[in-house]
Design a protein. Structure first.
Lengths: 116, 113
């Protein structure tokens, strides 16, 4: 149980295009979802926290107009990287929480974004 | 800034040996968790230890927590080649919203067959 999926698993796009990444909780309802970014051989950096039906809370230094997050249902959150540039290339990982407590956070398999 | 700092950054051992990784943090915490990540994959939760616990076991894993030193260790006994992965500690900052995890930089463990 507690499976989180991400789609796509990898995407290559041209500079200037927008890319949408989906994060789904497959067998539970996620009131809170988290989006992380990970550079090669580095740790995970929390980008934002999203609660179903409300605006996401972004971490300091993360551009909310650049990284649009929508959590429209209890099983789906999306991250849209707008006008992507090569520096946005990274590994994006989502996690989902049932009650908003960190000890129930389940991670997706990640999405590798490469911007040419 | 990173809450957790693991050491060593990289560890290479032979199959059958034990592997010990350490994590230090700076602020008070509610709990500390260890995760494993295979290259290019998502995170797998290994174990959670609460701030009022000192030691926890799960299979070949043993985690200790010393809140006075703000440090934790992860011991993997009788290592296997399949244990090769990056290992991260993550803290739930008790001074924060209790909703966020702060990850350390990770230890890359290589178990040679």
């Amino acid at each position: 149980g507690a499976v989180v999926s991400q789609h796509p698993s990898r995407v290559i796009c041209k500079s200037g295009t927008s890319v949408k990444i989906e994060c789904r909780s497959l067998d539970f309802q996620a009131t809170t979802m988290f989006w992380y970014r990970q550079f090669p051989k580095k740790s995970l950096m929390l980008m934002a926290t999203s609660n179903e039906g409300s605006k996401a809370t972004y971490e300091q230094g993360v551009e909310k107009d650049k990284f649009l997050i929508n959590h429209a249902s209890l099983t789906l959150s999306t991250l849209t990287v707008t006008s992507a540039h090569p520096e946005d290339s990274s590994f994006y990982i989502c996690s989902a929480s049932i009650s908003g407590r960190v000890d129930t956070q389940y991670f997706g398999p990640g999405t590798r974004l490469t911007v040419l | 800034s990173q809450q957790g700092e693991e050491d060593p950054q990289a560890l290479s051992i032979q199959e059958g040996e034990n592997a010990t990784m350490n994590c230090s943090y700076k602020t008070s915490i509610n709990n500390l968790q260890w995760y494993r990540q295979n290259s290019g994959r998502g995170l797998v939760h290994l174990i959670l230890i609460r701030s009022n616990e000192r030691e926890k076991h799960s299979g070949r894993l043993r985690v200790t927590l010393d809140t006075s030193k703000k440090s934790s260790s992860l011991l993997i006994t009788a290592s296997r080649a399949a244990d090769t992965a990056s290992y991260f500690c993550a803290t739930d900052d008790s001074g924060g919203s209790n909703y966020k995890l702060t990850f350390g930089k990770g230890t890359l463990l290589t178990v040679n067959p």
